[in-house]
Design a protein. Sequence first.
Length: 443
Amino acid sequence: MAIIDRNHYAVQGLKNGTVGIRNTSYHTDDLQSEAIEQEFRREMNYFDINITKEEVPKLSSDFKEFILSCRYEGELCNASFFVPFYDPYYGQCYRFPSQPLVAKHVGHLFAFQLFLNVNQNDYIPYVSDDPGIILSIHESGYKPYLQSNGFAVSPGFKTDISLFQKRIERKKEVFGSKDLCDDSGQYTNIQTCFELCIEEIVEKSCNCSPTLSNVNLGLSICDEIEEVQCMAEAKKGIDNCSCKDPCSEIQYATFRSITRWPGKSYVRVLEAILKQRGVAYQDIRESLLFINIYFSSLQEELTEEELAYTVENFWSDIGGSLGLWVGMSVISLGEILELGILILRFIKKRSVRLITTETKRAAAEDKLNDGLNQIIKGFNVMNDEKQEGRSEFNDGLNKIINSLNILTAEQQSRDNDQNGNYSDSIAKNVQPEQYNVYADNML
Protein backbone atom coordinates (compact mmCIF):
# COMPACT_ATOMS: atom_id res chain seq x y z
CA MET A 1 0.00 0.00 0.00
CA ALA A 2 1.27 3.47 -0.88
CA ILE A 3 0.09 6.82 0.49
CA ILE A 4 0.95 10.40 -0.35
CA ASP A 5 -0.15 13.77 1.01
CA ARG A 6 -1.31 15.41 -2.21
CA ASN A 7 1.12 18.15 -3.30
CA HIS A 8 2.16 18.82 0.29
CA TYR A 9 5.84 18.80 -0.67
CA ALA A 10 5.16 21.98 -2.63
CA VAL A 11 4.19 23.79 0.55
CA GLN A 12 7.62 23.31 2.04
CA GLY A 13 9.07 24.83 -1.07
CA LEU A 14 7.37 28.10 -0.26
CA LYS A 15 9.01 28.13 3.14
CA ASN A 16 12.50 27.47 1.81
CA GLY A 17 12.57 29.46 -1.40
CA THR A 18 10.67 31.62 -3.81
CA VAL A 19 8.46 30.51 -6.60
CA GLY A 20 9.86 31.19 -10.04
CA ILE A 21 8.01 30.59 -13.28
CA ARG A 22 9.67 30.81 -16.66
CA ASN A 23 8.77 33.48 -19.17
CA THR A 24 5.38 32.11 -19.96
CA SER A 25 2.09 33.96 -19.89
CA TYR A 26 -0.89 32.13 -18.47
CA HIS A 27 -4.18 33.60 -19.59
CA THR A 28 -7.69 32.42 -18.88
CA ASP A 29 -8.07 31.09 -22.40
CA ASP A 30 -4.77 29.23 -22.16
CA LEU A 31 -5.82 27.50 -18.95
CA GLN A 32 -8.69 25.95 -20.84
CA SER A 33 -6.16 23.91 -22.75
CA GLU A 34 -5.34 20.67 -20.99
CA ALA A 35 -1.68 20.83 -21.99
CA ILE A 36 -1.28 24.39 -20.66
CA GLU A 37 -3.09 23.54 -17.44
CA GLN A 38 -0.78 20.58 -16.88
CA GLU A 39 2.19 22.84 -17.52
CA PHE A 40 0.89 25.36 -14.99
CA ARG A 41 0.37 22.72 -12.32
CA ARG A 42 3.80 21.28 -12.99
CA GLU A 43 5.43 24.68 -12.67
CA MET A 44 3.62 25.29 -9.40
CA ASN A 45 4.67 21.90 -8.09
CA TYR A 46 8.36 22.07 -8.93
CA PHE A 47 8.83 25.86 -8.74
CA ASP A 48 11.36 25.93 -11.57
CA ILE A 49 14.25 25.63 -9.10
CA ASN A 50 15.92 22.65 -10.80
CA ILE A 51 14.54 20.30 -8.17
CA THR A 52 15.97 16.78 -8.08
CA LYS A 53 14.74 13.54 -6.57
CA GLU A 54 17.25 13.94 -3.76
CA GLU A 55 15.75 17.31 -2.84
CA VAL A 56 12.15 16.06 -2.82
CA PRO A 57 12.30 14.60 0.75
CA LYS A 58 13.53 17.95 2.04
CA LEU A 59 10.52 19.67 0.51
CA SER A 60 8.05 17.06 1.75
CA SER A 61 6.07 17.04 4.98
CA ASP A 62 7.67 15.48 8.03
CA PHE A 63 6.72 11.85 8.68
CA LYS A 64 5.70 12.51 12.29
CA GLU A 65 3.45 15.39 11.27
CA PHE A 66 1.92 13.45 8.40
CA ILE A 67 1.32 10.03 10.04
CA LEU A 68 0.15 10.76 13.57
CA SER A 69 -0.71 7.18 14.52
CA CYS A 70 -0.47 3.71 13.02
CA ARG A 71 -1.69 0.27 14.15
CA TYR A 72 -1.57 -3.11 12.48
CA GLU A 73 -3.78 -5.86 13.95
CA GLY A 74 -3.95 -3.92 17.20
CA GLU A 75 -0.19 -3.36 17.58
CA LEU A 76 1.51 0.01 17.20
CA CYS A 77 3.73 0.55 14.18
CA ASN A 78 6.35 3.24 13.66
CA ALA A 79 8.42 4.74 10.87
CA SER A 80 10.40 1.50 10.44
CA PHE A 81 7.26 -0.12 9.02
CA PHE A 82 7.18 2.39 6.15
CA VAL A 83 9.46 2.72 3.12
CA PRO A 84 9.71 6.18 1.51
CA PHE A 85 9.86 6.21 -2.27
CA TYR A 86 9.64 8.75 -5.05
CA ASP A 87 6.60 8.96 -7.31
CA PRO A 88 7.04 10.93 -10.57
CA TYR A 89 3.66 12.63 -10.16
CA TYR A 90 3.32 13.08 -6.41
CA GLY A 91 6.88 13.24 -5.12
CA GLN A 92 7.61 11.81 -1.67
CA CYS A 93 5.39 8.80 -0.83
CA TYR A 94 5.37 5.98 1.72
CA ARG A 95 4.85 2.27 1.22
CA PHE A 96 3.59 -0.11 3.92
CA PRO A 97 4.83 -2.59 5.02
CA SER A 98 8.60 -2.51 4.70
CA GLN A 99 8.66 -6.32 5.02
CA PRO A 100 5.94 -8.69 3.74
CA LEU A 101 3.25 -9.43 6.31
CA VAL A 102 0.83 -12.34 6.30
CA ALA A 103 -2.79 -11.54 7.07
CA LYS A 104 -4.23 -14.19 9.39
CA HIS A 105 -7.42 -12.47 10.51
CA VAL A 106 -10.32 -10.59 8.98
CA GLY A 107 -12.55 -7.75 10.13
CA HIS A 108 -12.29 -4.33 11.79
CA LEU A 109 -10.53 -5.57 14.91
CA PHE A 110 -7.49 -6.65 12.88
CA ALA A 111 -7.41 -3.71 10.49
CA PHE A 112 -4.48 -1.56 9.45
CA GLN A 113 -5.34 1.81 11.01
CA LEU A 114 -3.92 5.17 9.95
CA PHE A 115 -4.46 8.54 11.63
CA LEU A 116 -3.21 11.19 9.17
CA ASN A 117 -2.81 14.96 9.10
CA VAL A 118 -2.78 16.61 5.66
CA ASN A 119 -2.47 20.16 7.12
CA GLN A 120 -4.73 21.72 4.50
CA ASN A 121 -3.94 25.29 5.54
CA ASP A 122 -0.53 25.03 3.86
CA TYR A 123 -1.92 24.05 0.45
CA ILE A 124 -1.16 26.28 -2.55
CA PRO A 125 -4.07 27.57 -4.63
CA TYR A 126 -4.45 26.18 -8.18
CA VAL A 127 -2.09 23.30 -7.43
CA SER A 128 -4.61 20.95 -5.84
CA ASP A 129 -8.33 21.48 -6.09
CA ASP A 130 -9.18 18.90 -3.42
CA PRO A 131 -7.34 18.09 -0.16
CA GLY A 132 -6.55 14.62 1.09
CA ILE A 133 -4.27 11.74 0.21
CA ILE A 134 -3.82 9.35 -2.69
CA LEU A 135 -3.98 5.71 -1.65
CA SER A 136 -3.03 2.69 -3.75
CA ILE A 137 -3.46 -0.94 -2.71
CA HIS A 138 -1.24 -3.19 -4.78
CA GLU A 139 0.64 -6.47 -4.74
CA SER A 140 3.64 -6.63 -2.44
CA GLY A 141 7.06 -6.35 -4.05
CA TYR A 142 6.04 -4.09 -6.94
CA LYS A 143 6.33 -0.35 -7.37
CA PRO A 144 2.94 1.38 -7.14
CA TYR A 145 1.76 3.85 -9.76
CA LEU A 146 -0.47 6.30 -7.93
CA GLN A 147 -1.40 8.24 -11.04
CA SER A 148 -3.18 5.27 -12.61
CA ASN A 149 -3.96 2.95 -9.69
CA GLY A 150 -4.54 5.31 -6.77
CA PHE A 151 -7.76 6.73 -5.33
CA ALA A 152 -8.39 9.78 -3.16
CA VAL A 153 -9.29 9.79 0.54
CA SER A 154 -10.65 13.06 1.93
CA PRO A 155 -10.12 14.59 5.40
CA GLY A 156 -12.93 14.95 7.90
CA PHE A 157 -14.07 11.36 7.39
CA LYS A 158 -13.37 7.89 8.69
CA THR A 159 -12.87 5.63 5.68
CA ASP A 160 -13.33 1.86 5.97
CA ILE A 161 -11.77 -0.14 3.15
CA SER A 162 -12.43 -3.88 2.98
CA LEU A 163 -10.26 -5.96 0.67
CA PHE A 164 -10.87 -9.11 -1.31
CA GLN A 165 -8.04 -10.70 -3.28
CA LYS A 166 -8.60 -11.80 -6.87
CA ARG A 167 -6.19 -13.67 -9.12
CA ILE A 168 -6.38 -13.79 -12.91
CA GLU A 169 -4.59 -16.53 -14.88
CA ARG A 170 -4.27 -16.02 -18.63
CA LYS A 171 -3.13 -18.44 -21.33
CA LYS A 172 0.19 -17.62 -22.96
CA GLU A 173 -0.26 -19.84 -26.01
CA VAL A 174 -3.43 -20.75 -27.90
CA PHE A 175 -3.57 -22.78 -31.15
CA GLY A 176 0.07 -22.02 -31.96
CA SER A 177 -0.16 -18.30 -31.17
CA LYS A 178 2.51 -17.60 -28.57
CA ASP A 179 3.22 -14.75 -26.14
CA LEU A 180 -0.41 -13.69 -25.83
CA CYS A 181 0.38 -12.37 -22.35
CA ASP A 182 3.44 -11.09 -20.48
CA ASP A 183 5.12 -13.59 -18.15
CA SER A 184 8.20 -11.51 -17.34
CA GLY A 185 6.77 -10.45 -13.97
CA GLN A 186 7.93 -6.87 -14.58
CA TYR A 187 4.45 -5.34 -14.51
CA THR A 188 1.54 -5.90 -12.18
CA ASN A 189 -0.95 -4.72 -14.79
CA ILE A 190 -1.03 -3.45 -18.35
CA GLN A 191 -1.52 0.17 -17.26
CA THR A 192 1.91 0.18 -15.63
CA CYS A 193 3.46 -0.94 -18.93
CA PHE A 194 1.73 1.89 -20.80
CA GLU A 195 2.97 4.45 -18.24
CA LEU A 196 6.60 3.47 -18.80
CA CYS A 197 6.13 3.23 -22.55
CA ILE A 198 4.73 6.78 -22.74
CA GLU A 199 7.68 8.10 -20.76
CA GLU A 200 10.09 6.50 -23.23
CA ILE A 201 8.20 7.91 -26.23
CA VAL A 202 8.21 11.44 -24.77
CA GLU A 203 11.91 11.28 -23.92
CA LYS A 204 12.85 10.16 -27.44
CA SER A 205 10.53 12.53 -29.27
CA CYS A 206 10.85 15.68 -27.14
CA ASN A 207 14.31 15.23 -25.57
CA CYS A 208 12.87 15.92 -22.13
CA SER A 209 11.29 13.97 -19.31
CA PRO A 210 7.58 14.18 -18.45
CA THR A 211 8.46 13.59 -14.78
CA LEU A 212 11.43 13.91 -12.48
CA SER A 213 12.20 10.21 -12.84
CA ASN A 214 14.92 10.65 -15.47
CA VAL A 215 16.04 14.22 -14.80
CA ASN A 216 19.32 12.96 -13.34
CA LEU A 217 20.02 11.12 -16.61
CA GLY A 218 20.71 14.40 -18.37
CA LEU A 219 17.13 15.17 -19.39
CA SER A 220 15.34 18.27 -18.24
CA ILE A 221 11.70 18.22 -17.28
CA CYS A 222 9.23 19.13 -20.03
CA ASP A 223 8.22 22.60 -18.82
CA GLU A 224 8.42 24.82 -21.92
CA ILE A 225 5.28 25.41 -23.96
CA GLU A 226 6.84 23.74 -27.00
CA GLU A 227 7.91 20.76 -24.91
CA VAL A 228 4.47 20.41 -23.36
CA GLN A 229 2.86 20.49 -26.80
CA CYS A 230 5.42 17.97 -28.05
CA MET A 231 4.63 15.77 -25.06
CA ALA A 232 0.90 15.91 -25.77
CA GLU A 233 1.53 14.95 -29.40
CA ALA A 234 3.97 12.18 -28.50
CA LYS A 235 1.43 10.55 -26.20
CA LYS A 236 -0.70 9.82 -29.26
CA GLY A 237 1.90 7.21 -30.18
CA ILE A 238 0.65 4.91 -27.44
CA ASP A 239 -0.51 2.51 -30.17
CA ASN A 240 3.16 1.68 -30.77
CA CYS A 241 3.49 0.29 -27.25
CA SER A 242 3.61 -3.51 -27.30
CA CYS A 243 2.03 -3.92 -23.88
CA LYS A 244 0.20 -7.08 -22.88
CA ASP A 245 -1.75 -8.18 -19.86
CA PRO A 246 0.36 -10.17 -17.38
CA CYS A 247 -0.15 -13.94 -17.51
CA SER A 248 -0.72 -13.96 -13.76
CA GLU A 249 -2.27 -10.88 -12.18
CA ILE A 250 -3.34 -10.24 -8.60
CA GLN A 251 -5.96 -7.59 -7.96
CA TYR A 252 -7.60 -6.32 -4.80
CA ALA A 253 -11.28 -5.55 -4.95
CA THR A 254 -12.03 -2.69 -2.53
CA PHE A 255 -15.32 -1.79 -0.90
CA ARG A 256 -15.27 1.64 0.72
CA SER A 257 -17.57 3.28 3.22
CA ILE A 258 -17.14 6.69 4.85
CA THR A 259 -18.56 8.30 7.97
CA ARG A 260 -18.24 11.82 9.31
CA TRP A 261 -15.24 11.97 11.66
CA PRO A 262 -14.45 12.91 14.35
CA GLY A 263 -17.63 13.21 16.38
CA LYS A 264 -18.22 16.29 18.49
CA SER A 265 -17.46 14.43 21.70
CA TYR A 266 -14.12 13.25 20.33
CA VAL A 267 -12.86 16.59 19.00
CA ARG A 268 -11.54 17.77 22.37
CA VAL A 269 -9.70 14.47 22.85
CA LEU A 270 -7.96 14.93 19.51
CA GLU A 271 -7.08 18.51 20.34
CA ALA A 272 -5.38 17.37 23.54
CA ILE A 273 -3.48 14.62 21.70
CA LEU A 274 -2.27 16.98 18.98
CA LYS A 275 -1.29 19.63 21.50
CA GLN A 276 0.69 17.05 23.48
CA ARG A 277 2.57 16.02 20.32
CA GLY A 278 3.22 19.61 19.31
CA VAL A 279 1.32 19.33 16.04
CA ALA A 280 -0.17 22.59 14.81
CA TYR A 281 -3.78 22.54 13.75
CA GLN A 282 -6.45 25.02 12.75
CA ASP A 283 -9.53 23.00 11.98
CA ILE A 284 -9.38 19.30 12.81
CA ARG A 285 -12.06 18.26 10.36
CA GLU A 286 -10.33 20.10 7.52
CA SER A 287 -6.98 18.34 7.94
CA LEU A 288 -7.38 15.03 9.80
CA LEU A 289 -8.59 11.70 8.49
CA PHE A 290 -8.80 8.14 9.77
CA ILE A 291 -8.45 4.99 7.65
CA ASN A 292 -9.29 1.35 8.41
CA ILE A 293 -8.01 -1.23 5.91
CA TYR A 294 -8.83 -4.90 6.44
CA PHE A 295 -9.56 -8.13 4.61
CA SER A 296 -13.20 -9.14 4.40
CA SER A 297 -12.18 -12.71 3.58
CA LEU A 298 -8.98 -14.74 3.37
CA GLN A 299 -10.29 -16.67 0.38
CA GLU A 300 -9.09 -15.91 -3.13
CA GLU A 301 -11.27 -15.53 -6.17
CA LEU A 302 -9.65 -17.23 -9.18
CA THR A 303 -10.51 -16.21 -12.73
CA GLU A 304 -8.86 -18.58 -15.19
CA GLU A 305 -8.80 -17.97 -18.92
CA GLU A 306 -10.14 -20.89 -20.96
CA LEU A 307 -10.63 -21.50 -24.68
CA ALA A 308 -14.03 -20.32 -25.85
CA TYR A 309 -14.03 -22.80 -28.78
CA THR A 310 -12.29 -26.16 -28.38
CA VAL A 311 -11.88 -29.25 -30.58
CA GLU A 312 -14.73 -30.88 -28.69
CA ASN A 313 -16.95 -27.93 -29.57
CA PHE A 314 -15.93 -28.31 -33.23
CA TRP A 315 -16.99 -31.96 -33.44
CA SER A 316 -20.13 -31.20 -31.51
CA ASP A 317 -21.06 -28.52 -34.03
CA ILE A 318 -20.44 -30.94 -36.91
CA GLY A 319 -22.76 -33.46 -35.27
CA GLY A 320 -25.38 -30.79 -34.76
CA SER A 321 -25.18 -29.71 -38.40
CA LEU A 322 -25.50 -33.30 -39.62
CA GLY A 323 -28.48 -33.83 -37.37
CA LEU A 324 -30.12 -30.67 -38.68
CA TRP A 325 -29.43 -31.02 -42.41
CA VAL A 326 -28.88 -34.77 -42.99
CA GLY A 327 -31.03 -36.16 -40.20
CA MET A 328 -28.24 -38.10 -38.56
CA SER A 329 -25.83 -37.53 -35.74
CA VAL A 330 -22.26 -38.52 -34.96
CA ILE A 331 -23.65 -41.23 -32.70
CA SER A 332 -25.59 -42.64 -35.64
CA LEU A 333 -22.43 -42.68 -37.75
CA GLY A 334 -20.66 -44.50 -34.95
CA GLU A 335 -23.41 -47.10 -34.74
CA ILE A 336 -23.28 -47.68 -38.51
CA LEU A 337 -19.52 -48.10 -38.34
CA GLU A 338 -19.86 -50.52 -35.45
CA LEU A 339 -22.46 -52.55 -37.35
CA GLY A 340 -20.17 -52.78 -40.39
CA ILE A 341 -17.30 -54.03 -38.24
CA LEU A 342 -19.51 -56.69 -36.63
CA ILE A 343 -20.73 -57.90 -40.04
CA LEU A 344 -17.17 -58.21 -41.36
CA ARG A 345 -16.11 -60.14 -38.26
CA PHE A 346 -19.08 -62.51 -38.64
CA ILE A 347 -18.34 -63.17 -42.33
CA LYS A 348 -14.68 -63.85 -41.61
CA LYS A 349 -15.50 -66.17 -38.72
CA ARG A 350 -18.09 -68.07 -40.77
CA SER A 351 -15.63 -68.52 -43.66
CA VAL A 352 -13.06 -70.05 -41.33
CA ARG A 353 -15.73 -72.32 -39.80
CA LEU A 354 -16.91 -73.53 -43.24
CA ILE A 355 -13.37 -74.36 -44.30
CA THR A 356 -12.79 -76.31 -41.08
CA THR A 357 -16.11 -78.14 -41.43
CA GLU A 358 -15.42 -79.20 -45.03
CA THR A 359 -11.99 -80.47 -44.06
CA LYS A 360 -13.40 -82.55 -41.20
CA ARG A 361 -16.20 -83.88 -43.44
CA ALA A 362 -13.73 -84.97 -46.11
CA ALA A 363 -11.60 -86.75 -43.52
CA ALA A 364 -14.68 -88.46 -42.06
CA GLU A 365 -15.82 -89.63 -45.49
CA ASP A 366 -12.37 -91.06 -46.19
CA LYS A 367 -12.51 -92.98 -42.91
CA LEU A 368 -16.01 -94.21 -43.78
CA ASN A 369 -14.84 -95.54 -47.13
CA ASP A 370 -11.85 -97.20 -45.53
CA GLY A 371 -14.12 -98.80 -42.96
CA LEU A 372 -16.48 -100.18 -45.61
CA ASN A 373 -13.57 -101.54 -47.59
CA GLN A 374 -12.20 -103.28 -44.52
CA ILE A 375 -15.63 -104.82 -43.74
CA ILE A 376 -15.89 -106.15 -47.27
CA LYS A 377 -12.37 -107.48 -47.03
CA GLY A 378 -13.21 -109.07 -43.68
CA PHE A 379 -16.21 -110.89 -45.18
CA ASN A 380 -14.06 -112.18 -48.01
CA VAL A 381 -11.47 -113.76 -45.75
CA MET A 382 -13.91 -114.78 -43.02
CA ASN A 383 -14.30 -118.34 -44.29
CA ASP A 384 -10.59 -118.96 -44.73
CA GLU A 385 -9.22 -117.24 -41.68
CA LYS A 386 -11.95 -116.52 -39.18
CA GLN A 387 -9.82 -114.66 -36.63
CA GLU A 388 -8.19 -112.39 -39.19
CA GLY A 389 -11.55 -111.65 -40.80
CA ARG A 390 -13.05 -110.69 -37.46
CA SER A 391 -10.19 -108.24 -36.83
CA GLU A 392 -10.61 -106.63 -40.25
CA PHE A 393 -14.35 -106.42 -39.73
CA ASN A 394 -13.99 -104.74 -36.32
CA ASP A 395 -11.46 -102.20 -37.55
CA GLY A 396 -13.66 -101.23 -40.46
CA LEU A 397 -16.70 -101.00 -38.23
CA ASN A 398 -14.86 -98.70 -35.79
CA LYS A 399 -13.87 -96.41 -38.61
CA ILE A 400 -17.45 -96.23 -39.81
CA ILE A 401 -18.70 -95.44 -36.31
CA ASN A 402 -16.09 -92.71 -35.78
CA SER A 403 -16.89 -91.22 -39.16
CA LEU A 404 -20.60 -91.20 -38.40
CA ASN A 405 -19.97 -89.53 -35.04
CA ILE A 406 -17.88 -86.82 -36.69
CA LEU A 407 -20.48 -86.20 -39.39
CA THR A 408 -23.27 -86.13 -36.83
CA ALA A 409 -21.38 -83.67 -34.61
CA GLU A 410 -20.74 -81.38 -37.57
CA GLN A 411 -24.38 -81.47 -38.59
CA GLN A 412 -25.48 -80.76 -35.02
CA SER A 413 -23.06 -77.82 -34.75
CA ARG A 414 -24.42 -76.44 -38.01
CA ASP A 415 -28.00 -76.84 -36.81
CA ASN A 416 -27.17 -75.14 -33.51
CA ASP A 417 -25.64 -72.18 -35.30
CA GLN A 418 -28.72 -71.80 -37.47
CA ASN A 419 -31.54 -72.60 -35.03
CA GLY A 420 -29.94 -72.09 -31.62
CA ASN A 421 -30.93 -75.60 -30.47
CA TYR A 422 -28.55 -77.56 -28.37
CA SER A 423 -29.62 -81.24 -28.31
CA ASP A 424 -27.47 -84.31 -27.86
CA SER A 425 -26.83 -86.50 -30.85
CA ILE A 426 -28.01 -90.10 -30.74
CA ALA A 427 -24.90 -91.16 -32.56
CA LYS A 428 -22.77 -89.95 -29.67
CA ASN A 429 -24.38 -92.58 -27.44
CA VAL A 430 -23.36 -95.37 -29.77
CA GLN A 431 -20.20 -97.03 -28.50
CA PRO A 432 -17.84 -98.93 -30.78
CA GLU A 433 -17.79 -101.87 -28.29
CA GLN A 434 -21.47 -102.57 -28.98
CA TYR A 435 -20.71 -103.09 -32.65
CA ASN A 436 -17.72 -105.21 -31.74
CA VAL A 437 -19.96 -107.52 -29.72
CA TYR A 438 -22.45 -107.64 -32.54
CA ALA A 439 -19.68 -108.49 -35.00
CA ASP A 440 -18.43 -111.29 -32.74
CA ASN A 441 -21.89 -112.81 -32.53
CA MET A 442 -22.40 -112.50 -36.23
CA LEU A 443 -19.10 -114.17 -36.99
